[in-house]
Design a protein around this ligand. Sequence first.
Ligand SMILES: Cc1cc2nc3c(=O)[nH]c(=O)nc-3n(C[C@H](O)[C@H](O)[C@H](O)COP(=O)(O)O)c2cc1C
Length: 463
Amino acid sequence: MASLTVRQLDEKLKQRLRLRAAKNGRSVEDEVRTILRSAAADAESFAGGGGPARSVPSEQPQKAAIRVLLIIGGGIAAYKSLDLIRRLQDGGARVRCVLTRAAQHFVTPLAAGALAGQRAYTDLFDSQSEFDIGHIRLARDTDLIVIAPATADLIAKMANGHADDLATAALLATDKPVLLAPAMNPHMWTAKATQRNLMQLKADGVRVIGPNAGEMAERGEAGIGRMAEPLEIAAAAIAMLHGSSALAGRRVLVTSGPTSEPLDPVRVLANRSSGKQGHAIAAAAAAAGADVVLISGPVKLADPPGVTVMPIETAQQMLAAVEKALPADVAIFAAAVADWRPRQVSANKIKKHGRPPTIALIENPDILSTIAHKKSGRPRLVIGFAAETADVIGNAKAKLKKKGCDWVLANDVSPATGIMGGDRNTVHLVTATDVESWPPQSKDDVARTLIERVALALADNKP
Ligand SMILES: Cc1cc2nc3c(=O)[nH]c(=O)nc-3n(C[C@H](O)[C@H](O)[C@H](O)COP(=O)(O)O)c2cc1C
């Protein structure tokens, strides 16, 4: 096949191409592709054979996949960005890559380009790149920009409006949403300058995912600084693009709050769960377009908007309400269900005379396990919470197996963490194959991240 580059065309033709591309809102490169595609279809229908007849006029732009510009910064985690390209593609995105000069010490433009299926861009002052697409068009011919890994340096440059290379120039020129996945040494992450820059970027409307807690690439270093996993980043990116429709048409069941087991007409056995996390999850699912049923124990919280709330008190009532609310695509069990209830509920107030009474307990139904082991009508994704005070991840892995659920979100609820009743949470997402340690964040952010993961899992058809 003959090879032809746009550079070989005469100036007049190039000028016409540029004007036509600008008029159609495409890069010169894409414009040439559109013209060639259209000419090939004309030739086919003229020959009367081969492919199907074209039903759209040649100037009609084809319905494009969502477009993501992935900027790869110069950090160890750059190798994970190659996997991220695939994950984004799985979510229906067409990915174009920009590598910073430092990034090219860790991964090659060839590898990124081969995975993306189109050349990767590296230089601001490369005349061919500038002619093909140009840094301004690179920034605008996209639906979303993802920066992964976002180095401390890139974060600093962005926060201060620098534009001295292709990545930062594109970031300054863009009018599209930006998702940032920081990755760096924990000391760089907690440095005042990094945190200041990050606050500025958040105020500017940049969405940040991670970094997670865990082992660093450097031996013996651990803390917060690991880049969020490619699946998490892809889920956040796809959710940003689909906005409020990521879970449209899906039914999500959420349990929340404590249960309250009566002992007599005035006394109950209860726990300290506030319901903040479960309610935040229900709200995030509703915001993503799902039809949400929230089955809640007694809490001091307002009902989340757009959610059907079924109030209950005891574990038995909660199980009955869950069964009634099925079928659902996803069931998320965030309630703190009492393991036991008093064997006898006294009809009258137990009086204080003589020795204190002995209270016999019996086991409550295990709601998570019951639903996860359902033979028919099991939700596609069953998610449990594990509130632990010791060996958080070990216990969560055991719970995942024992209960037969798909994911467990484990958190440390020791009093020192302030999680029980507090507004922040530190969770680990445990699946059959992986453990992701999410950074400390607000319960609203945990909920949003979880719902993004759920949307991606359902779209992907696998937990
Ligand atoms: C081996 C090695 C690993 C590095 N890893 C990181 C990292 O994970 N995060 C980070 O912010 N900087 C890291 N750096 C420093 C950046 O590469 C450096 O700040 C560079 O200027 C970033 O350029 P960029 O932001 O244009 O990609 C690393 C440097 C080296 C030599």
